[in-house]
Design a protein around this ligand. Structure first.
Ligand code: NG6
Ligand code: CA
Length: 496
């Protein structure tokens, strides 16, 4: 009898072990664009309601110290995709058109997942560059997402405020009529093409700074563009388009494990929520666009439920950088903000080395696997590659990421002790509750966007535990701490 019990328990144990080993959940990273720490109501800091994100947050792990690598989009995306610090790559700056900034030989999250037989796709904003130097949009555009690990791509190439205003599917401009070739330039206008600068009477949304190039759908953009009329996207239809593409992809590949990078354009400028969301937030288009994004996330979640995929799908929600109100268009974001605080209780915003630049909403959800929890462990998007690899039993690791699979997916373990954050090529160093910002030239406040950038003549040192809003510079009071942090920071910057 004892032998039988022993045998049975051995079988049971090995079954458990095997089960643990072969976990291959679908993985969906939902990545918002410029969504602030206080924009998600689960963070209990602002006035907006995001019930769908909240539902996922309440039933998963919600991180209060979750960081994007950078305070702007391209470098954060680079870090998320490669697990490498963006300041190591000189090209990892806000990208405009050419070229692809991920080397096709570089390790990426989708490549790692492909090695484990995942199907991989990106739907939505790309903004990691395309092609090599010049792009001919009338031919296959390569290299791009498909050359760095994605089996399928349906993307907005850069940002909603940049030309070309077309979608690209697996390297080809969608709906392009060969008789109406698409030409793009970031230097000169094409003859006879109206611009926001010269033809403000054609605009339905006024520009405030920059953004006065070619007009598409009544909105002038960064850069110039001619032709390709049939291919122009509908700004108000963008959320629906990305959602439909995401669902179609899931439906197509649902029988094998898949990775979907669902990269939303909201609430980046120009904010163009579908008319059914217009006025819904009372905060103008920025608030409405966030409500629209929240709706899209809810719709995707329901779709997973409907297709019986929810049990086996790991969902990660975050944002590429902190919030900004006026990012170049006059759209009521400032006027109608009321008591809402997109930056939560943090200082700064997009472009800033202060906390609100990089500390963003960060949620992991896996039904019945991740227990509901609010975690104050320090985590960064740069860690997702290594952590997902570890969860799936892969030995692949990037150089700069940490394996935080416990913290992210198992409600256990420790977070990071240190992290370098970046904002427009400037870097700062965090260690536990401390953050040290080196001196940088340049304005303390960017007047165009009205955000404190973190620039100062002297070193800044803050203790976030006691001073989350970074009001007390302790650099003079704590010289030893400052020196220690400076030394470690220098060491990290020079180590490879
Ligand atoms: C800036 C744009 C800003 C936005 C940003 C990129 C101007 C004056 N400002 O250069 O509007 O497009 O680039 O944002 O052109 S990000 O979230 O994609 O990094
Ligand atoms: Ca962004």
């Amino acid at each position: 009898m004892k032998k039988v019990i022993l045998l049975l328990s051995l079988i049971f144990l090995s079954a458990c072990k095997t089960e643990e080993k072969i976990q291959t959940p679908n993985i969906i990273i939902i990545y918002a664009d410029d969504l602030g720490y206080g924009d998600v109501s689960a963070y209990e800091r602002g006035q907006l309601a995001t019930p769908n994100i909240d539902k996922i947050a309440r039933n998963g792990a919600r991180f209060t110290k979750g960081y994007a690598s950078s305070a702007t989009c391209t470098p954060s995306r680079y870090a998320l995709m490669t697990g490498s610090y963006p300041w190591r790559n000189k090209q990892a700056k806000i990208s405009t058109g050419a070229s692809l900034i991920i080397d096709t030989l570089e390790l990426t999250l989708p490549k790692m997942l492909k090695s484990l037989d995942y199907q991989t796709a990106v739907v939505g904003k790309w903004h990691l560059g395309l092609g090599n130097s010049e792009i001919d949009y009338n031919k296959k555009i390569s290299p791009g997402p498909n050359e760095v690990g994605f089996d399928y791509s349906f993307i907005m190439p850069d940002t909603q405020d940049r030309v070309p205003t077309v979608y690209i599917e697996n390297g080809y401009v969608v709906n392009l009529d060969p008789n109406d070739p698409l030409e793009v330039s970031f230097k000169n206008n094409f003859e006879g093409q109206p611009t926001g600068k010269e033809n403000p009477e054609l605009l339905t949304m006024n520009w405030d700074h920059g953004h006065n190039g070619t007009i598409v759908n009544g909105i002038s953009r960064i850069g110039f563009m001619k032709g390709g009329k049939k291919a122009h996207w509908s700004d108000i239809g963008m959320a629906d388009e990305f959602l439909t593409q995401a669902k179609n992809y899931i439906n197509k590949v649902k029988d094998s494990p898949f990775f979907l990078f669902y990269s939303l354009q909201q609430p980046h400028v120009p904010r163009t929520p579908h008319p059914r969301f217009e006025g819904i937030s009372g905060m103008g288009p920025r608030g409405d666009a966030i409500v629209e994004a929240d709706w899209a996330i809810g719709s995707l979640f329901s779709y997973l439920e409907e297709k019986d995929l929810l049990n086996n799908t790991l969902i990660i929600i975050s944002s590429d950088n902190g919030p900004v109100l006026n990012d170049g268009y006059v759209d009521d974001a400032v006027k109608k903000i009321g008591k809402h605080t997109p930056w939560g209780n943090l200082r700064g915003g997009k472009y800033s080395l202060f906390e609100a630049g990089t500390r963003v909403p960060f949620i992991t959800y896996w039904k019945d696997k991740i227990k509901p929890q609010v975690s104050d462990k320090m985590v960064s998007q740069i860690d997702l590659l290594n952590s997902i690899a570890s969860l799936l039993g892969s030995n692949t690791r990037s150089g700069d990421g940490e394996d935080l699979s416990g913290v992210f997916f198992k409600n256990n373990g420790e977070g990071r002790t240190e992290l370098i954050i970046e904002a427009q090529s400037r870097t700062a160093y965090k260690n536990e509750d401390w953050v040290m910002i080196p001196p940088y030239p340049g304005p303390a406040v960017s007047t165009s966007v009205n955000i404190e950038l973190g620039n100062a003549e002297n070193y800044q040192l803050y203790n976030l535990k006691e001073d989350i809003n970074q009001q007390q510079n302790l650099a003079e009071k704590e010289p030893e701490k400052l020196e220690k942090m400076k030394a470690r920071f220098e060491q990290l910057l020079t180590d490879n």
